[in-house]
Design a protein around this ligand. Structure first.
Ligand code: PCA
Length: 211
């Protein structure tokens, strides 16, 4: 079995100067260099699928955890990716309010051990929940496409799914103009998020058969 868990983050988008998902993907690779490989995905309808597919083919990971930023109060283990694309990307292209893959199934469920991951976070004191919608923007696209491409390659048993991560406090303290309200958006500090994601990786590895 390949030694590798592919963890992806996204590039910054929508006026934010960093994306915590990419910061955390890199931090996970630094913490667990023997198992984690980090890669950064473009916030682009045209490029995201191509890049994911290339990564899956080239590295043949034994599991895939995609991360993305969301304005949420906790780590959000996404249960489902839906076949829909909506919203303007970082290259100024519209998703078009249409299916991601015209001939694809309506949705793919995560094959990550979501309940075990949630319990592992709880045990380490990190707020975490199972979310039933990743939206219809690029993160949902990653949640859908990662399973779609694994399926096309005949590797649908590979655990794969998506986790939305909260903003870092420094982002919430100084949001881009479109996000600035009286009440700052929710956030979670980097170390707490990292602790939660390491717990998720442990839960993922625990569930694997030996060898
Ligand atoms: N979050 C966006 C796309 C990239 C990211 O980090 C989303 O939730 O769809």
């Amino acid at each position: 079995m390949a030694p590798l868990i592919l963890v992806t983050g996204f590039e910054p988008f929508g006026g934010w100067t960093i994306n915590p998902s990419w910061e955390l993907a890199r931090a996970l690779a630094a913490e667990r260099p023997e198992v984690v490989m980090a890669a950064c995905l473009p916030v682009s309808w045209e490029e995201v699928g191509r890049e994911l597919r290339r990564l899956l083919k080239e590295h043949r990971p034994r599991a895939v955890v995609c991360l993305g930023q969301a304005v949420r109060p906790a780590l959000a283990l996404e249960r489902v990716g839906v076949n829909w694309a909506r919203g303007r990307d970082q290259r100024n292209r519209e998703g078009g309010d249409r299916p991601l893959i015209p001939e694809g199934p309506d949705a793919y469920l995560s094959t990550l051990p979501l309940s075990r991951m949630r319990e592992a976070c709880r045990a380490r004191g990190v707020p975490c929940y199972i979310s039933n919608s990743a939206g219809t923007y690029l993160c949902n696209a990653a949640a859908y496409l990662v399973r779609h491409y694994l399926q096309l390659e005949g590797r649908s048993a590979t655990p794969a799914g998506f986790i939305h991560v909260p903003l870092f406090p420094e982002q919430a303290a100084d949001p881009p103009s479109g996000h600035a309200g009286q009440l700052p958006p929710p956030s979670m500090d980097r170390n707490t998020q990292l602790k939660g994601l390491l717990a998720c990786l442990d839960a993922l590895l625990e569930g694997e058969p030996d060898g």
